[in-house]
Design a protein around this ligand. Sequence first.
Ligand SMILES: [Zn+2]
Length: 123
Amino acid sequence: MDLEKLAVIKTKLQSEKTRLEEELRQFADQDKHNQENFSAKFPSFGDEIDENAAEVAAYSDNLTLEGTLEKELRDVQNALNLLEKGEYGKCKYCKKDILAERLLARPSSTSCVACKKTLTQEL
Ligand SMILES: [Zn+2]
């Protein structure tokens, strides 16, 4: 892949990382020692029974969202690490180059279209 496309992808990944971290910080505490680890905060709406019930529901939603965003963040960080090492853009299954178009559309992709298709069919 040419350097120009790689630069575009790196910028995309970095802004995606910032976006995900900002989103997570709105409802979760970031681990000081492991920046990829967040813990959803327990919200406080009040002491009434319905307020407590709403807190539990909101907390449960936050946990789900936290899991989704953390996974995305890990994928983005992983892609950035591969870029640093110069190993970015290879399919983790067949080791072939992933199409630049696919990477530009989804920079955290780690598998080529063919392998992804095979995996999806298996599920
Ligand atoms: Zn592949």
